[in-house]
Design a protein around this ligand. Structure first.
Ligand code: PLP
Length: 383
């Protein structure tokens, strides 16, 4: 194995091996580690299911950039969401995950620095390391509902910085970035000529206010955004996500670098792309139902977690994760013991760059969340 492959760490799934071992011993495990709504009581909307049936015979390879009808529909949808783009400026990938891999493969060189929010979605850290770059984490402030700390971000910019990643709404904290914060980040990026990637995978899963797309503040600055069908359209297993280039030709080189990688992997799943295109022409009202169910689960978890001695959590405004604090604890050991003793699997905060925390998903029904939180409470009392 190469050194770069052997160094890969992925906290969200790494402990599943241990959980399976416990399961084999007969223990019931509550998997609150993975952001997959379909594992619980959410189902993909009818429109996308119908689309998949309709295009089941589309067994052909597709255009490497993505089928044209999907790029056209995505361009309309993104424009409607105030993030205008054109079919030519979109690359469809096997999830945003593949977009991240292509972007890092095409942009990041050994010795570069990649600015990432702390805490951060782990693949950004993993891909930085994989390409010999240094992930540089700028702090998000817990006491300020996990908004990025602009002063810290400013200090962390160096001549080696080659990319600034924003995750809005955020995984794992659920923070939705304020417009003023985004403007301040835009100014910094503009002054330092930094390329911004805005990962907006959870843009429509917001509870208290709408989110501001980076496009709304970018003005003349070229940047890249990414979005996915996995979470908002409830089809993480279809593996469809996309990258949008917002520019007047300035990003042609990086776009071509990503397209070259798209061509060697041939294409992403054709029927799934066509199903997603079809779903975009249909009603999106199902999103309201997702939000209202998640809001109830969020409120329940927020109250319950804060009532447990030794745990505190900020209220997430988007996505379906919470990132509670467990002060003075080795978070990895805490998570492993919670799994072994109580059969609840969550993710340790240091996997996201922030120790003394853990990430829990609030996707399950209230009954299951209650069972999990009772166990966490018992565990805290017994410790
Ligand atoms: C912030 C963020 N970006 C990207 C992804 C990857 O999504 P996809 O399923 O489109 O690969 C995830 C998945 O959890 C995520 O949380």
């Amino acid at each position: 194995m190469t050194a770069r492959a052997s160094a890969i760490k992925y906290a969200i799934r790494d402990l599943v091996v241990l959980a399976k071992e416990e399961e084999r011993k007969g223990k019931k495990i509550l998997y609150l580690n993975i952001g997959d709504p379909i594992k619980w009581d959410f189902v993909p909307p009818k429109s996308i299911q119908e689309g998949l049936k309709k295009y089941a015979q589309s067994g052909e390879y597709a255009d490497s950039q993505g089928v044209l009808e999907l790029r056209e529909e995505v361009a309309k949808w993104e424009t409607e969401k105030k993030s205008p783009t054109t079919p030519d400026n979109i690359i469809i990938g096997n999830g945003v995950s593949e977009g991240i891999s292509f972007l890092f493969g095409g942009l990041i060189n050994e010795g570069d620095e990649v600015l990432l929010p702390n805490p951060s979605y782990p693949p950004y850290i993993a891909y930085s390391n994989f390409h010999g770059a240094k992930p540089v984490l700028f702090q998000c402030e817990e006491e300020n509902d996990w908004q990025p700390d602009i002063e810290d971000l400013k200090e962390k910019i160096s001549p080696k910085t080659n990319l600034l990643v924003l995750i809005n709404p955020n995984n794992p904290t659920g923070a939705v970035y304020e417009k003023g914060t985004l403007k301040a980040i835009r100014d910094l990026a503009y002054d330092h000529k930094l390329l911004v990637l805005s990962d907006e995978t959870y843009d429509k899963i917001v509870f208290d206010r709408s989110m501001t797309a980076f496009a709304e503040v970018a003005e003349v600055m070229p940047f890249i955004s990414m979005n996915s069908f996995s979470k908002v359209f409830l089809v993480p297993g279809y593996r469809i996500g996309y990258t949008c280039f917002h520019h007047e030709g300035e990003l042609d080189d990086i776009k071509e670098a990503m397209l070259k990688q798209a061509r060697i992997r041939l294409c992403s799943n054709t029927p799934a792309q066509k199903a997603c295109a079809y779903a975009l022409t249909q009603s999106k009202d199902f999103i309201k139902d997702t939000i209202s169910r998640l809001r109830e689960r969020r409120d329940f978890c927020y109250k319950r977690l804060n009532s447990i001695e030794g745990i505190s959590v900020r209220k997430p405004e988007g996505a379906f994760y919470m990132f509670p604090k467990i002060e003075n604890k080795d978070d990895k050991e805490w998570v492993v013991n919670l799994l072994r003793r109580k059969g609840v699997l969550v993710v340790y905060g240091s996997g996201f760059g922030t120790p003394e925390h853990f990430r829990i998903v609030f996707l399950p029904s209230i009954g299951i969340l209650e069972e999990a939180l009772d166990k966490i409470e018992e565990y805290m009392i017994e410790k």
